[in-house]
Design a protein. Structure first.
Length: 448
């Protein structure tokens, strides 16, 4: 298999995509071993498990699946000596619109994931792990299954891994293809063969009551790949690539109205949105202007191109002051995007130019979320469908003057009133699109 990923931009630093940038790269184990594959696992197996967890903590690795929870902290919730079976479940569902980084890892570098997973399993006293892959990725599932067989044959998976006395097996489970299974407790319900309704937290925190009601860690594909590199280079060196509280690199999938959409891997906090769009991605298409950006997958709140934010920041003397920040000057890291009211999420950057109708864009998202609601919670089940129906009617020319206010009211009554974060995921687009582009919704509603 030949990689189609382009050569890196000078501002990139590829570690997760480092292998697949090489000419003639193949996902087989011999190619992986020739590039130093499984050396990190051998190093980790000689370390005390607690030291591995501390390294991951010190590296400031945040989850790359959307929520951004510190990985090492999540691991520390598991008590190694509690006498219970422990599990690690890899979230390879990747159903967030605008996000496509994990699929590339699964297709082109599956052994990187397996190595990171086995290191995590050793650190957390886990002897059985599952890689959950959505059924729309059948090719990825076949590749990962083959990689597991190769790793087992070479002693990197299964009994007595690398002669260490540690046992860990891995299985691939294919889900039926539901956005809700990106939520960790829904994924666990699906893995158990049940309808994927999210569990109530508390008490069903996976680290306490996870798979089969036993302590479980759920990590994203990319997150576990980073573990290998933390062990190889050390926590301090890894953390230095990023910013405080957000270490290492982030893989971003840029789609939409730019000249060079695709995959990019950048140190966390190394570039602004303006640099990402106009330098790394080549700018807008000829004759078009930037209108809006969704920075972290479809559920992240939209940013308007001409927006100016007021944020709290330290001045030269270390005092906290209020300063203005243009949208294009916002740094692509978790803290900076949170400070302006959105999120880095799953790293799916969706760029829209001035040819795009914001009502059309929101309707596209509303139809998706109405289709994907699991139906457990009434506000989400009913509200997501109402929002979709309203924006569909507005696009068809049947809008009323009350529609924008009604849309906002429905969204406001979903967010914070559901078992899982799907309520926020379907509400935030409506809330932010209405707030950022009120003139377009007023026009479609016939209020002008």
């Amino acid at each position: 298999m030949v990689s189609l990923i382009p050569q890196p931009h000078p501002k990139e630093r590829r570690i997760i995509f480092g292998n697949i940038s090489q000419p003639g790269w193949s996902p087989d184990i011999d190619t992986y071993l020739a590039s130093g594959g499984y050396d990190a696992l051998k190093k980790a197996l000689a370390m005390p498990p607690a030291d591995i967890i501390n390294e991951v903590k010190a590296a400031n690795l945040r989850g790359r699946g959307g929520a951004g929870f510190p990985c090492g902290v999540k691991w520390s919730f598991i008590r190694r000596d509690d006498g219970k079976p422990h599990y690690i479940v890899v979230n390879g569902d990747e159903s967030e619109p605008g996000t496509f980084k994990d699929r590339y890892i699964l297709h082109y570098d599956p052994h990187q994931l397996i190595e990171g997973l086995v290191i995590a399993a050793f650190a957390n006293n886990v002897h059985l792990s599952y890689i959950y892959i959505r059924c729309e990725f059948p090719h990825a599932a076949r590749i990962v299954w083959n990689a597991i067989k190769e790793a087992r044959a070479r002693g990197f998976v299964g009994k007595n891994i690398c002669g260490s006395g540690f046992d860990c097996d891995i299985y691939v489970h294919q889900g039926a293809g539901a956005y809700i299974c990106g939520e960790e407790t829904s994924l666990l319900e699906s893995l158990e063969g049940k309808r994927p309704y999210p569990r109530i937290k508390p008490p069903y925190f996976p680290a306490v009551l996870g798979l089969y009601m036993k302590p479980t860690i759920v990590n994203n594909v990319e997150t576990l790949c980073h573990v290998k590199h933390i062990i190889n280079m050390g926590a301090a060196e890894y953390a230095k690539m990023g910013v405080a509280g957000d270490g290492g690199t982030r893989t971003l999938g840029v789609s939409g109205d730019v000249l060079k959409p695709g995959y990019y891997e950048l140190p966390a906090g190394a570039v602004t949105l303006g640099e990402l769009i106009f330098d790394i991605c080549g700018g807008m298409k000829p004759g078009r202007k930037l209108k809006a950006v969704i920075p972290g997958g479809s559920s992240a709140k939209v940013m308007r191109a001409d927006e100016v934010y007021k944020i709290k920041a330290k001045d030269a003397d270390g005092n906290m002051v209020e300063k203005e920040l243009k949208m294009l000057d916002v740094v692509m890291d978790a803290a900076s995007l949170a400070a302006v009211g959105t999120m880095v999420g799953s790293g799916g950057v969706i760029v829209m130019d001035d040819s795009r109708s914001m009502v059309w864009a929101l309707n596209n998202l509303n139809q998706f979320y109405a289709h994907e609601s699991c139906g457990q919670c009434t506000p989400c089940r009913e509200g997501s469908l109402w929002m979709s129906k309203m924006t569909t009617r507005m696009l068809a020319g049947g809008g009323t003057a009350q529609d924008p206010a009604t849309l906002k009211n429905v969204a406001d009554n979903i967010a914070g009133r559901t078992v899982c974060a799907f309520g926020e995921a379907c509400s935030w687009p409506t809330q932010s699109f209405l707030a950022k582009f009120p003139e377009e919704f007023s026009e479609y509603a016939g209020a002008r």
